[in-house]
Design a protein around this ligand. Structure first.
Ligand code: ATP
Length: 593
């Protein structure tokens, strides 16, 4: 709720406008029964056509004015609701960018999508309905009771009693429905998660002929959601008949007591009609209010889910980097910085890192540097920690011991933006976005020219296939890049990183889907064109890295060897084993000499 109130504080003007238009609308609406009573009691009673016409005209003006004001009020409410949605969505999106991968995964992608879309839609709908239906209700109620009292004070008990009975009914219904409303949003998450998994994994599901199992999983999620909604609707099935019964009883009461007062000559017959209309109008607004109140527990649940994300303090923040200056850690960092002034590129100094919750560090005391103009390769078995090293270079996680230095400065002491500005990154899993090829390539450099795109594509060996497409660089890319092959996607991701023109490039197993010839041509072009950049190539294939200036062999998170291919073939048993398992002994020997 605090985020909503915080935003509303900045929109006091529109809130005031909504309140005053509601007030005017309520006043205009209540004038109609007043004129009806006047027409009957004065115009018809005195058989004066001109009075009827005058009062009729005034009634028409009041009704039209109320309708117009209602329109204006709806506009303001819609504006407030839409801008609140935009505000919360922007906040959620920005927060998603700040959260560490662990924090993000803690919520889950499906839940983050539901929170950003469905949950905020519920909040928006509730705001718009609350502004239009809850806000005028107290005004209408007070005005209806006052107008009834003006007609005859003894009639006031009718709206008051109706109101009391109605409130008791609503209170009971809300109490019963609140718990169910809270669980419904959780069920929406489950539905989203199951549907998302089933749709994104449709190829695998079909290939494994797992459709029946998936159907059952979906059925379970859908049924759980449907059961809750049905339970909620069952509760509200009692609501309508009860309200109609209260309305019926109100009319009987007005006719009964009003009739007596008419017979006693205390009020006129038109007044009975006016009181009936006041009470019905008041109850109609209360029905609408109740409908919105039903949505309130659901909106509260949605707000709580949004706040859960917004309240999460990201583990890695720039502020933290700045304030770390007061700790002993910083003085060490500063001295490291001073020592390394002459060094450029990226350096790992005694880096030890464990994923949160893991018992053992995944990387242990790593020491190496990646220098500009040189290619550093990292090789090792699966799970040896290669991708983790890439993640640390990008500061996706913070290390527990040691220092990672960029141009001599600890990366925790610079903003994430500045650090990542230095990096061109190709992830292990190719990720493309819906749009065009050009749009994807420009992701890290929005102002890149067509020539820049062509040059990057040439280095990435992607130019031939892009140019063979009918629309070339403006060809459509489906969401996730599903209209391209694995190798094409990898080359587009490589070209995207190259367009950015960064001083450091990290290729995380990015050549694995390329054939040997393309792999070799790409590396040759990279070396020739990116002379000044520090290239970091993570790979499983020895042929991809054997030409590197420096190869780091990782084994269970430790450096098992470091040097050129020739040096490692001579000195590093693990490297030799990898090489032997991949290339024939003869070939390895040839390279080893
Ligand atoms: N987010 C994570 N949370 C916890 N443990 C993780 C996480 N990511 C990786 N690990 C663990 O860290 C170890 C190193 O993983 P990493 O992905 O760095 O290895 P890798 O050498 O790149 O493997 P591969 O060649 O198979 O991609 C593995 O044991 C893995 O289970």
């Amino acid at each position: 709720m605090k985020y909503l109130l915080k935003y509303f504080k900045t929109r006091k003007g529109i809130l005031a406008l909504i309140f005053f238009t509601c007030l005017a609308e309520a006043f205009g609406t209540l004038l109609v029964p007043y004129f009806v009573a006047e027409i009957i009691d004065v115009g018809i009673a005195q058989q004066s056509v001109s009075t009827i016409i005058t009062l009729g005209f005034q009634m028409l003006v009041a009704a039209c004015a109320a309708a117009l004001i209602s329109l204006i009020s709806s506009y303001f409410s819609a504006e407030l609701s839409a801008s609140t949605g935009r505000y919360l969505r922007e906040k959620l999106f920005n927060q998603a960018q700040l959260l560490t991968l662990k924090e993000f995964n803690g919520f889950g992608t499906a839940s983050m999508i539901t929170r950003t879309t469905g949950d905020i839609t519920v909040i928006q709908q509730t705001i718009i309905m609350a502004a239009q239906m809850i806000l005028p209700t107290p005004l209408i109620a007070v005005a209806a009771i006052v107008m009834t009292a003006i007609i005859h004070p003894s009639l006031i008990y009718i709206p008051l009693t109706a109101l009391a009975v109605f409130l008791v009914v609503v209170f009971i219904l809300l109490k019963k429905s609140a718990a169910i409303s809270f669980t419904i949003q959780g069920r929406v998450d489950s539905v989203n998660r199951v549907v998302r998994e089933a749709l994104t994994g449709i190829r695998v599901i079909r290939a494994f002929d797992n459709t029946e199992y998936e159907k059952e999983r979906m059925d379970t999620a859908f049924s759980a959601y449907a059961d809750n909604v049905i339970r909620l609707n069952k509760i509200f099935a009692y609501f309508n008949p009860l309200v109609w019964m209260i309305m019926g009883l109100v009319m009987v009461a007005v006719a009964w007591f009003g009739g007596h007062l008419v017979l006693l000559g205390k009020i006129q017959i038109g007044s009975i009609l006016a009181v009936t209309e006041y009470v019905i109008l008041m109850l109609t607004y209360f029905i609408m209010t109740a409908m919105v109140l039903v949505m309130l527990p659901r909106m509260t649940a949605c707000l709580r889910r949004v706040a859960e994300v917004l309240d999460t303090v990201p583990e890695i923040t720039d502020e933290k980097a700045e304030t770390a200056g007061t700790t002993g850690e910083e003085s060490t960092a500063r001295s490291v910085q001073a020592d390394s002034k002459s060094l450029t590129g990226l350096q790992f100094r005694h880096v030890t890192f464990a994923y949160r919750g893991a018992e053992e560090p995944v990387l242990n005391d790593l020491n190496f540097s990646c220098q500009p103009g040189k290619t550093t390769a990292i090789i090792g078995g699966t799970g040896s920690g290669k991708s983790t090293v890439a993640g640390l270079m990008l500061r996706l996680y913070d290390i527990q011991q040691g220092h990672i230095l960029l141009d001599g400065q600890d990366i925790r002491h610079m903003t994430q933006h500045r650090l990542r500005e230095h990096m061109g990154y190709v992830p292990q899993k190719s990720v493309l976005f819906g749009g065009t090829i050009a749009h994807n390539l420009r992701m890290g450099a929005p102002d890149a020219s067509e020539d820049d795109l062509r040059q990057a594509a040439r280095i990435a060996q992607a130019d031939t296939f892009i140019e063979s497409l009918e629309d070339g660089y403006h060809s459509h890319v489906a969401q996730g890049g599903t209209n391209f092959s694995g190798g094409q996607k990898q080359r587009l991701c490589i070209a995207r990183a190259l367009v950015k023109k960064a001083p450091i490039y990290i290729f995380d197993d990015s050549f694995s889907a390329l054939d040997f010839k393309t792999d070799a041509a790409l590396r040759k072009a990279l070396k020739a064109q990116m002379r000044d950049a520090a290239l970091i190539i993570i790979a499983q294939r020895i042929s991809t890295i054997m030409d590197a200036d420096q190869i780091i062999v990782l084994d269970a998170g430790k450096i098992a060897g470091m040097g050129t291919h020739q040096e490692l073939m001579a000195t590093c048993r693990i490297y030799r084993e990898i090489a032997d398992s991949q290339i024939t002994g003869k070939e390895a020997d040839r390279h080893g000499k």
